[in-house]
Design a protein around this ligand. Structure first.
Ligand code: IDP
Ligand code: MG
Length: 152
């Protein structure tokens, strides 16, 4: 099966609340392979680019303020079905509607404090990883000894 890439962001609330490790753990346990990871402050310019599709929405200004308010942890993850799998692990956008067992369903209550971002399509996964990581920061070539037990 083809590998997909997804950009995961542990948003400022996740980092501030000490949930970074718990969130990373869930994606690792799911079987997704980390190919890039860093701790960073998102600039207003990068936030506006990342969330450009929401530019006309009433919550846009608040969203940019939220994601730039404090440092985040960004990850590039790779795997078969990575987009859908990661979105499933994250849970619905509105945390009060997210299923228990998902990150948002277990740890969040409000849409404007929903802890984590995950790319929503194969195309956007590629674009978003490229927006947040340079080629030198990515390590797509490495393999895990467990890969044959996760990828058929
Ligand atoms: P997603 O993060 O589940 O993909 P999107 O619809 O792409 O959800 O929205 C991007 C982000 O914008 C959400 O994760 C959330 O932080 C924020 N957001 C979405 N809808 C609202 C809203 O109605 N009010 C406030 N913030 C919102
Ligand atoms: Mg989205």
């Amino acid at each position: 099966m083809p590998m997909e890439r997804t950009l995961i962001i542990v948003k400022p609330d996740g980092v501030q609340r000490g949930l970074t490790g718990e969130i990373i753990r869930r994606f690792e346990a799911r079987g997704l392979r980390i190919i890039g990871m860093k701790f960073m402050q998102v600039s207003t310019e990068l936030a506006e680019k990342h969330y450009a599709i929401h530019r006309e929405r009433p919550f846009f200004a608040g969203l940019v303020k939220y994601i730039t308010s404090s440092p985040v942890v960004v990850m590039a993850l790779e795997g078969t079905n990575a987009i859908a799998a990661a979105r499933g692990t994250i849970g619905s956008t509105k945390p009060h509607e997210a299923a228990a067992g998902t990150i948002r369903g277990d740890f969040a209550l409000e849409v404007g404090r929903n802890l984590v971002h995950g790319s929503d399509s194969v195309e956007n996964g590629q674009i978003e990883v490229g927006n947040f990581f340079t080629e030198a920061e990515l390590h797509p070539g490495w393999s895990r000894n467990t890969d044959p037990w996760i990828f058929e």
